[in-house]
Design a protein around this ligand. Sequence first.
Ligand code: SF4
Ligand code: SF4
Length: 272
Amino acid sequence: MENINKENDTYGVVSAKRQNIRIILMIIWVILMPITLFYYSPYLPFLGLAEGIIAGSIFVFITQFLLSIVFGRVFCGWICPAGAVQEFTSLVNPSKVNRSKMQWIKYVLWLPWLAAWVSIALSALRIREIPLKPELFYNLEDGISVSRPEAYIIYLLVLTLILTISIILGRRSFCHTTCWMAPFMVLGQKLGRILRFPGIHIRSNQMNCISCDLCSKVCPMSINIGKLANSLNSQKDKNIKVKIIHHDCIFCMRCADVCPGKVLSVGFGCKN
Ligand code: SF4
Ligand code: SF4
């Protein structure tokens, strides 16, 4: 269990070229959210499958799963609009969260949701007796999510949900408790490891570490990355770079960019 204390609540802005690019990207994704929202919809698959249609968001989830085999949760750190919204609310409530206490909630929500998809698809197949057909822009007028007044209300409700959870519970707590996309990527990343596929990871060379723990303090996913790196390094020669894979790491690289000793970096290759 992780030790959460007030000192760990330092979040702040990490000034580095890479982080500036990430902030610009996050602002763009938040602005574009009224257009892109339904491409991540957990609800449209239900409507679509009941009519024998595979909606666009199903393809997004499948793509996330496949890409995460190699790229882990890069999507969460660099592309997701909900993640971007939460990074901004982290400036309001920077509390680190207790991941182990929270993350089971999203799986309790995710499993019945996925089971419901499958059962609706099977019953549609049996009743209609026709193959399911893909429709990428199902229920999207001109490819835009918020194109009708009721869609605007859905957008506001989703935004309010993300804001409320993350402001009340702390850093990226929506990702930990509620997100229906995260399990696809966690499973994809684990599959990549099992299959020994090369993939993205964090590299750590503890030789230069001064144990300031700044890396852990700025982590948006509340990972005690400094402690993790130290414990892995203590099992090996301190001069050897260890590879760190953590199912919650979103490869934002805030930890690497804040580190005064340049201990952490991003790596690519065989993870085992
Ligand atoms: S966990 Fe979900 S909400 Fe959070 S960044 Fe990843 S996809 Fe977005
Ligand atoms: S461990 Fe580093 S790269 Fe991973 S989420 Fe935390 S700050 Fe970002």
